[in-house]
Write a protein that binds this ligand. Sequence first.
Ligand SMILES: NC(=O)c1ccc[n+]([C@@H]2O[C@H](COP(=O)([O-])OP(=O)(O)OC[C@H]3O[C@@H](n4cnc5c(N)ncnc54)[C@H](OP(=O)(O)O)[C@@H]3O)[C@@H](O)[C@H]2O)c1
Length: 319
Amino acid sequence: MKAAVYRENGGPEVLSYEEVADPVPGADEVLIRVEAISIEGGDLLNRQRIPLPHSPYIVGYSTAGTVIAVGKHVTDLRVGQRVSAFGETGSHAELRVVRPDHCWVLPDGIDAAAAACVPVAFGTAYEALFEQAAVTTGSTVLVQGVAGGVGFAAVQLAAKAGARVIGTGSSRRQLDALRRLGLHDGIDYTTEDVRRRVLDLTDGVGVDLVVDPVGGPMTQELILATREGGTIAFLGFSAGQPLIDPLTLVMGDRTMKGFMLSKIFHTPRVRAYLADIFRRVAKGDLDVLIDRTFPLADASDAHRYAEQRGRLGRVVMTP
Ligand SMILES: NC(=O)c1ccc[n+]([C@@H]2O[C@H](COP(=O)([O-])OP(=O)(O)OC[C@H]3O[C@@H](n4cnc5c(N)ncnc54)[C@H](OP(=O)(O)O)[C@@H]3O)[C@@H](O)[C@H]2O)c1
């Protein structure tokens, strides 16, 4: 098969489109012919800085495609079914092997590109909003980076649950697009004082929950924009490790939470809420934002594009 591989960490230029051996499913696994690959924020971080477990390495979490072989112990998937599939590695390829409990059979009405983008973005957002916190009508939620994958999912899920959603982005284009999907108040974090704006918008109280998949220096500002007793769901660090002052948690009776969705994807509760999210995407209740699509052969260009600031949603590749 063809795959985009790399042999060392680095910039997008380390990706090379090559012929490699086809993966072979074990007894408890399935083989997928990949139709679409979502470039996740985590794929970029992996390529940049996470040591390779072996070389050459095929990075990547999230895909959609068709099941073309099943291991002898697999009972709940059949050849020919179209699925969205998550794995710790191996999305940037024509074929990949995954666990059945990391696959969701696609309902009618959802195409492969959208389906590839659903599990990580919507699963992370849902877990933060409704499992780690209890967002409901009347809650106030602040989403950092509304145009990123986790961001656009969190805005929609929170707004549909009746919350007031405040969000940050790096351009008016992003904030305007997300307003159509439920964002109530948009803050441009390249030009505005985020903490001051949030406090102004909440009569000085702060928000109930922060959803922060971005990290960096802004995280401390977001802690200070959280109400007393509120929660900060810290999910990732696209902008780097945050430097936080723990005293601002203590003094504000605030709780900071984290989780790794990849460790709980297989659990019945996560599988169930993701199956429901797939149905909602298929019927148009939730939108998947795709900024641009590239051929897998141009994986370097696709990663370079995905690393640019100001994107509106996911970058997708097709083998
Ligand atoms: N804990 C978990 O289980 C879990 C699950 C999923 C993702 N994550 C993590 O969450 C993070 C976001 O994932 P994602 O897939 O949503 O990523 P993404 O689609 O690439 O979005 C990243 C967001 O970060 C913003 N950003 C701000 N400063 C940035 C900077 N200096 N460099 C790059 N981006 C910057 C971008 O907005 P602008 O371009 O507008 O600035 C964009 O909205 C990643 O670190 C990922 O590993 C964690």
